[in-house]
Ligand binder design. Structure first.
Ligand code: ZN
Length: 175
């Protein structure tokens, strides 16, 4: 049975480490980690979660966009484990949009991200995929990829003025 994992928070040094390339995708450790991340992100109303957020310094994350309490306008997709992910090319255009992070509870920020990216990743069965992602899903990918390099979204803010509390964010949403 998959189990819910504890999500570590900003200040834990693991969140600032560069995660390790995953060599053994099919290993029991990695497969169990994927299963546990899938249930953990769902339980937390997240749209993505990266292995370092559960104190595992491996280059893998889950992208699981769907409307939920924290992101009511998110598009729906099948939750996908992306292992050893990379950005191959990206649009010149960047767009600012709201982000939060399970490791930085209570804070939201308007973060500039590439509008479109071409990415490559290995799925949990070991198959390499090339894919184009746009808008909110591209944003999730860039947010999660940053976690693998020890970067969090508040590092990407253009100004501290672009940061608000979760409570104020929820107030904006209902307007
Ligand atoms: Zn995050």
């Amino acid at each position: 049975m998959p189990e819910l994992l504890d999500v570590i928070e900003l200040g834990n040094p693991i969140l600032r480490q560069k995660a390790q390339w995953v060599e053994a995708v099919q290993s029991e450790r990695i497969q169990t980690l994927v299963d546990n991340l899938l249930v953990t992100v769902k339980d937390a109303n997240g749209v993505g979660i990266a292995a370092p957020q559960v104190a595992q310094s491996d280059r893998l994350f889950i992208v699981a966009s769907r409307p939920n309490l924290r992101y009511p306008h998110a598009p729906t997709m099948e939750p996908t484990a992306m292992i050893n992910p990379q950005i191959l090319t990206h649009s010149d255009e960047t767009v600012k949009g709201w982000e939060g992070c399970l490791s930085i509870p209570g804070i939201r920020g308007q973060v500039p991200r590439y509008q479109a990216i071409e990415v490559e990743y290995t799925d949990r069965n070991g198959k390499r995929h090339k894919q184009e992602l746009t808008d909110f899903v591209a944003r999730i990918f860039q947010h999660e990829l940053d976690h693998l390099d020890g970067i969090v979204f508040v590092d990407r803010l253009e100004s501290t003025q672009d940061m608000i509390t979760e409570r104020e964010y929820q107030r904006i949403l209902v307007d």
